[in-house]
Design a protein around this ligand. Structure first.
Ligand SMILES: Cc1cc2nc3c(=O)[nH]c(=O)nc-3n(C[C@H](O)[C@H](O)[C@H](O)COP(=O)(O)OP(=O)(O)OC[C@H]3O[C@@H](n4cnc5c(N)ncnc54)[C@H](O)[C@@H]3O)c2cc1C
Length: 294
């Protein structure tokens, strides 16, 4: 493929994506690019469009399962502080999409800004969390959003605010855009009370999840108004079920663990088994929370 001189040394080929995901599973990206700024991102999007290359946006890879044969197209990795530095003004905090949630939470704590503590322990970036409206313990990041700056796939910038933004359970109306940065509305609180909330959430998480093996968090969304997905899977006696090196976690049935060199096809086998058993026993169709890249 012919790339312009200004980008040719920056576009990598056949990059192993397993290394970029928390699952540590999957094949290579045909093309891989890490933009340094908005200009580079715009340029690559316009080129990809011209060359009819599918584009995959990668945050910290903690909510995706990459196919064993990898992805045909261009993976764009959004790095920390690619588009803006994190800063606060009053109760508003503005953060770039590539910032890790752990760093976002620490920054907010330092500034005495409360509201993000429930996200403690979620290993994603700001961008990935907004697209999937990440949440825990009854709260979601979408509840805190004031406005969001995005690029569309033609490289055009847009600002979304108020009722232009739609968030629901693990869902947003942002999946046709690339998130650049977000402005969040938080509350002033003492650093001590923020720190203690963070610690409590981390303890709760440790008690319910055992993450000694690579995984991608919850595989399925919780069905609306019904028993949580993990409980349904547990009631089908599927905890500990294995396919080669992939295993349904014994600690949290909605997690699938990579015990070492698991294949994407092994995980998909277990996902299909779970869906079949849960459907047969409870007449519930489980919907994947993780995104499948192929
Ligand atoms: C141990 C563990 C625990 C977890 N616990 C939780 C939890 O409690 N609650 C929860 O909600 N999730 C949880 N997750 C899942 C995951 O961490 C979150 O969904 C996280 O927000 C994903 O962010 P990411 O940067 O890793 O996204 P990625 O996995 O890189 O990408 C996920 C999706 O977002 C898109 N995306 C990423 N960045 C951008 C961007 N800048 N612009 C546009 N699209 C983008 C990608 O294209 C992809 O479709 C957990 C995962 C693990 C491994």
């Amino acid at each position: 493929m012919n790339w312009p001189k200004s980008l040719i040394n920056k576009i990598k080929t056949k990059v192993n994506l397993a290394a970029y995901t928390s699952f540590k599973i999957g094949g290579a990206a045909e093309f891989f690019f890490e933009p340094k700024n908005i200009q580079e991102l715009k340029k690559i999007l316009v080129l990809a469009k011209k060359k009819k290359l599918p584009v995959f946006i990668l945050g910290s890879g903690s909510n995706i399962l990459v196919s064993d044969s990898g992805v045909k197209g261009l993976v764009v990795k959004i790095n920390e502080e690619c588009f803006k530095s994190v800063y606060s003004k009053g109760v508003f905090l503005t953060a770039p999409s590539g910032l890790k949630l752990s760093k976002l939470i620490l920054f907010a704590k330092k500034k005495g800004l409360s509201g993000l503590e429930f996200l403690a322990g979620i290993p994603g970036t700001v961008g990935g969390s907004l697209v999937g409206n990440a949440g825990a313990w009854g709260s979601s990041i979408g509840d805190l959003v004031e406005d969001i700056c995005v690029l569309d796939y033609n490289g055009k910038k847009k600002l979304f605010c108020g009722n232009q933004l739609k968030f629901s359970y693990r869902k947003s109306n942002l999946n046709k855009y690339i998130i650049l940065w977000v402005k969040l509305r938080l509350k002033s609180k003492s650093r001590d009370s923020i720190a203690s909330k963070i610690n409590n959430y981390l303890l709760l998480r440790r008690a319910s999840q055992s993450n000694i093996f690579p995984n991608a968090g919850c595989i399925f969304k919780n069905p609306a108004g019904k028993i949580p997905a993990g409980e349904l899977i547990d009631l089908c006696q599927l905890k500990g079920r294995r396919k080669a090196k992939a295993m349904i976690s014994k600690a949290h049935a909605n997690f699938i663990l990579n015990l070492g060199n698991a294949k994407s096809s092994d995980v998909i086998f277990l996902m299909n088994l779970i869906r079949k058993k849960v459907k047969a026993k409870f007449k519930v169709n489980l919907e994947p929370e993780i995104k499948l890249w192929r």
